[in-house]
Structure formats: structure tokens, C-alpha cells
Design a binder for this molecule. Structure first.
Ligand code: MRU
Length: 349
């Protein structure tokens, strides 16, 4: 089973290497990011995407982007670091992991003394730790979540919360990878996930590549499959989980949760602790990213609505905690009533 690496250091160590997910599944292209503009652009345009992956890319990208400024005075270097951090932090608002990753890098810088070279080395270590920790959390989520998957399980997922979205084997797809490694037969139904098709383009691509049976469905087919008894469990990822267990995830997740409840199908959210935001009390406090009209009007260069028509394009929705059967974390499955406190998560502070 081959699992890809969505974000890593380039071989020379001076850039963040990502897989350009805008081009999948048609072309596999890797890109090296070295400047703040390149990092922000890659995150904003979804060349790199998925909450944990953008947190990792933000942290590593910050190091790559300031590397060229290490020749300036320590004062100027630190100023450049703060400037770059502020820009990268704002690239996407909903996934808490991005702000969390950047804030962690800034805290690391604040605690460091010494030369620019020493600071750079410390920051490189911190960014690498964020990547390594995420990889380990994905494995742990996989171990925990695999206990929910019996042999023959039919899993519905939405968007892509797999290896492409993290530093490891994914969150929602991690249990699928681990159960498969253990010899269980698990099949996945992937919602195509309009408007940018992360399900059909990315989830289907990475599972097919890993040899795991996957069937793509248009988003409006999920209800019918559930009614036919073809789905045993729903597993999705998360961009931010509020302290009360409300979950922000890709637009359409809420609808799937409502359907799952109606049909009596367990609905699980899988996420690392870094996605739990104890500083956000409820889902109503989560900022939902609004994206450009062109993604709905002519995705991938094909006109799908008449020119000039009004468009609404929220990238995420919030699933109320009451619809969530359990949250599969690296520390175990948490069940409601949810009350994530100080011991949890990275938060954004
Ligand atoms: O807009 P995207 O593609 O970044 O949205 C991604 C999702 O909604 C994922 O489900 C979420 O980030 C979890 S990824 C492990």
C-alpha cells in the first residue's frame, strides 16, 4: 500500500515540497515553495489543502520564506519573520491548524536567543516537529478508528481527509488504511464534493493508488444509498472543532450528518488534537471562508451556470455536536456531551 507525502521538505531543505492538488487526478506535479507569496498562493488556491496539511505547510513555509533574510540584522530578521507569519496565517480562515501552526512557530521564535542562524535552526526543528507529530497523530487516529470498522465495512466519506490532507495517512481515511493493513476488507464511497470535487479528484485518487476499493458518487446520491442500506458508517474530517463539539468541515458535511441521523447510521468525525479549538465556544463562533464565484460558475474551465447569475460559495459548514456520534482523536474516541477544555487541542493562541 503506497501512501503519498502531501507536504515535506525539498531534498535541499530550503523549500517546502507539495503535491499540486489543483492538478490531480489528471497530472501529478510537485512544487517547491520558497517565498511568502508562493506559500500563501498555494494555500489560498488549494494547491495544498486540508486542515492539518495547511498547518504544516504554513509552519514549514514560514521557515523557507525567511531563510533568505537570515543575513539581515537580528532585529530585521525577527521583524521579517513576524510579517511573513501574519500573511501566511491569514491565507485561509476556517481551519484552525493554520493559525495554530503559525502561532506555535512564533512562540518558538520568542523563546529563542542567539544568532539568526541559530534561530533558523530552531524554527526548522519546530516545523519538522509539527510534521512528525501530525504523522504520528494520523497513525493514532487510524488505530483508534479502525476499531469502528468491521470486516466488510462500507464507509461514506465527504471531501478528502486522507494522506493528501495531512502529514501522514490522513484523519477520516486513516482508519480505512489501518483496517486494510490488518487484512479487513473495507470499501469507501466518496462523495464527489462540489464545487471543487475533492472527493472524486483526491479521495478516489489516493485510495485507488493504495489499492483500496472506492466508489465515487455525486453528492446527491448519498441519501439514496443510505436508504438502500449500502452505508454502514460515515467518517469525515474536520477543519475546526469548537469546545462544545460542533464541527466545521467541507460544505455538505452537515447535510450528510442529517441524512446519517435520519437513517440511523453512525456519523464519526476524525481529527487530531490540533483541530480542536478550545478558544472557540460553539460552531456559531467559527468563521466560514467564502470563496470566489468562479468555483461554482465555471469549475475546471467548464461553464456550469449562466454568466452573471448570483452565486453563494461557502467553503465549509458546521455540523452541530448533537449529530456527531463520536470524535475519533489521536487520544481515543470522544462521545457527547462534548466539552473540550484546556487539556485539549492546539487552539489558536
Ligand atoms: O477546502 P479544503 O479542501 O481544504 O477542505 C478540506 C476539508 O474540509 C477536510 O475535510 C478537512 O480539512 C480535514 S482534512 C484531514
Amino acid at each position: 500500500m503506497t501512501v503519498i507525502e502531501a507536504v515535506r521538505w525539498s531534498p535541499s531543505g530550503d523549500a517546502v515540497r507539495i503535491i499540486d492538488q489543483r492538478l490531480l487526478p489528471g497530472a501529478y506535479v510537485e512544487r517547491d515553495l520558497r517565498t511568502v507569496d508562493e506559500v500563501c498562493d498555494a494555500i489560498r488556491t488549494l494547491a495544498v489543502r486540508g486542515a492539518p496539511a495547511i498547518g504544516i505547510c504554513g509552519a514549514m513555509g514560514l521557515v523557507a520564506a525567511v531563510r533568505g533574510h537570515a543575513v539581515s540584522t537580528p532585529h530585521d530578521f525577527r521583524q521579517e519573520l513576524r510579517r511573513a507569519a501574519a500573511r501566511i496565517r491569514e491565507a485561509r480562515p476556517t481551519a484552525v491548524n493554520l493559525a495554530w501552526g503559525i502561532d506555535r512557530m512564533l512562540r518558538c521564535a520568542e523563546s529563542a536567543n542567539g544568532s539568526n542562524a541559530e534561530l533558523l535552526e530552531k524554527l526548522t526543528g519546530e516545523a519538522t516537529a509539527i510534521l512528525d507529530e501530525d504523522r504520528a497523530m494520523c497513525e493514532a487516529i487510524g488505530e483508534v478508528g479502525a476499531t469502528l470498522l468491521a470486516d466488510g465495512a462500507r464507509v461514506l466519506t465527504h471531501c478528502n481527509a486522507g494522506a493528501l490532507a495531512t502529514g501522514g495517512i490522513g484523519t477520516a481515511l486513516a482508519p480505512v488504511y489501518i483496517a486494510t493493513r490488518r487484512g479487513r476488507r473495507v470499501v469507501v464511497y466518496a462523495d464527489e464534493t462540489r464545487p471543487l470535487m475533492q472527493g472524486s479528484r483526491l479521495t478516489a485518487w489516493e485510495l485507488q493508488r493504495a489499492g483500496i476499493p472506492v466508489t465515487v458518487i455525486a453528492d446527491n446520491m448519498a441519501a439514496s444509498l443510505m436508504a438502500l442500506g449500502a452505508i454502514d458508517i460515515v467518517l469525515v474530517g474536520a477543519d475546526r472543532i469548537a469546545a462544545n463539539g460542533d464541527v466545521a468541515n467541507k460544505i455538505g458535511t452537515y447535510g450528510v450528518a442529517v441524512l446519517a441521523q435520519y437513517h440511523g447510521i453512525p456519523f464519526y468525525v476524525a481529527a487530531p488534537s490540533s483541530t480542536i479549538d478550545v478558544a472557540t465556544p460553539t460552531g456559531r463562533d467559527i468563521v466560514i471562508e467564502q470563496r470566489g464565484r468562479e468555483e461554482v460558475l465555471h469549475p475546471f474551465g467548464t461553464e456550469t451556470a449562466p454568466f452573471g447569475v448570483a452565486v453563494c460559495n461557502p467553503a465549509f459548514d458546521v455540523t452541530p455536536a448533537a449529530l456527531v456520534t463520536g470524535i475519533v482523536t489521536d487520544r481515543g474516541v470522544v462521545r457527547g456531551p462534548y466539552d473540550f477544555g484546556a487539556g485539549w487541542g492546539g487552539g489558536s493562541g
